[in-house]
Ligand binder design. Structure first.
Ligand code: ADP
Length: 398
């Protein structure tokens, strides 16, 4: 007997992350996940089941897995024992950019592909790779519904003031807007809060998605009101390797006065700034916390400072704060950094209980604190699987 499954793919420039969900009782339950890294260079596949047991761990020579299509083929072959008895009924894709109009997941056909390709200039470092993954998946699984889920959709509820830059209106009309990203993570947290903490979910909440990529989102009643990321995923707080907010005059200076090449500037802002660039040591908070170098401490101090500033700004956007939720790699694990971020935020009713914080409890504010502070795991792939299921139901495929 075969059972139905949903595959979720997240294709990057040289990687494909994947997660397989079984459909159980109308819900999507994770079965295994993994990633193929180093496509075209030094391909490495690793996959684990839901208990973290390793299902596959293989390396190839670059030419053997030269592109996304070859990667999917190899993944399917290596994981065929785990796929026995399962039938993929739909594939969900993480797509960074849905532009101004795609406010919900969509079933992909040729017209949607063309629409997504037209958005590639808005996210040149991500969108083309997301689309390469979709093209490879459509070629490999013809006839299987493919669904695109966007990191921008959740933020389309923003008012115009939060959506625009202070430029003449024709720039806005041309799509130069504050889109916001990490939307699938925020949507997951909003749904999770609505189930587990309905009173809080109905109120004013700032969610801090702090991972290699970091941003924060202000929500009222589970809807995004504002976010720290803007036109690209560079804006807002500093990140592992990205700069976060920077005076645009600095960029003009580097380009026009110092004669920096645009490609070198792009590399600096995306790959050589943030925690890695400031410390000169690592983009990983764990490495910086373990280091005795003053530059490591400075990078962490800057990170905490900027996140704290943004919490204040987003609380102002919401007209007050009922809850703060930490999520993603740093938010879920970096206890000391969480405590430092919250220092001085007593005026917003934030009061961390050190013991609860160190124990990584799900609620780390002191009992009775005016603003609740929670720690929650995010699950962007799970959110995509849920979207796919909903869309299939509406389209009567499932
Ligand atoms: P991505 O944005 O790539 O999905 P993650 O959300 O997985 O990233 O976050 C990865 C980051 O989380 C690491 O680079 C590291 O800085 C941080 N991190 C993970 N575990 C810990 C920990 N135990 N203590 C401090 N920081 C951690």
């Amino acid at each position: 007997m075969t059972s139905d499954a949903i595959l979720v793919l997240n294709a990057g420039s040289s990687s494909i992350k994947f997660e397989l969900f079984d459909i159980v009782g109308g819900d999507a339950e994770t079965r295994f996940e993994g990633q193929m890294e180093g496509i075209g260079a030094s391909p490495h596949l690793i996959a684990r089941d839901a208990t973290r047991h390793v299902l596959a761990d293989h390396r190839w020579a670059g030419p053997d897995v030269a592109n996304h299509g070859a990667a999917l083929e190899v993944i399917a072959k290596e994981l065929s024992p785990a796929m026995a008895g399962r039938r993929i009924i739909a594939v969900g894709h993480r797509v960074v950019h849905g532009g101004p109009d795609l406010v919900a997941p969509v079933l992909i056909d040729d017209a949607v592909m063309a629409q997504l390709e037209a958005l590639a200039p808005l996210a040149p470092l991500h969108q083309p790779h997301n689309l390469a993954g979709i093209a490879a998946s459509r070629a490999r699984l013809p006839g299987v519904p493919q669904v695109a889920c966007f990191d921008t959709s959740f933020h389309r509820s923003h008012a115009w003031e939060a959506d625009t830059f202070a430029l003449p209106p024709e720039f806005y009309a041309r799509g130069i807007r504050r889109y916001g990203f990490h939307g699938l993570s925020y949507e997951y947290i909003a749904a999770n809060l609505a189930e587990a903490e309905p009173a809080l979910a109905a109120g004013r909440v700032v969610v801090a998605h702090l991972g290699n990529g970091s941003s924060l989102c202000a929500m009222r009643g589970g809807r995004s009101v504002d976010s720290t990321m803007g036109f690209t995923a560079l804006d807002g707080v500093p990140m592992g390797t990205r700069c976060g907010q920077i005076d645009p005059g600095v960029l003009l200076h580097l380009l026009m006065t110092e004669g920096m090449e645009p490609a070198a500037l792009q590399k600096l802002l995306y790959g050589n700034a943030g925690l890695k660039g400031m410390s000169g040591i690592s983009q990983d908070v764990r490495d910086l916390e373990a280091s005795a170098e003053p530059r490591a401490a400075q990078a962490l101090a800057y990170y905490a400072w900027r996140v704290r500033r943004e919490i204040g700004a987003l609380a102002a956007a919401l007209g007050g704060l009922d809850g703060l939720v930490f999520t993603a790699g740093i938010g879920e694990n970096a206890r000391d950094l969480r405590a430092r971020i919250c220092e001085g935020l007593g005026f917003l009713g934030i009061d961390i209980d050190p013991a609860r914080n160190q124990a990584n409890e799900r609620e780390i504010s002191r009992p009775g604190a005016a603003t609740r502070v929670l720690v929650r795991a995010t699950d962007e792939e799970g959110m995509i699987a849920r979207h796919v299921l909903n869309l299939l139901r509406r389209s009567k495929w499932a």
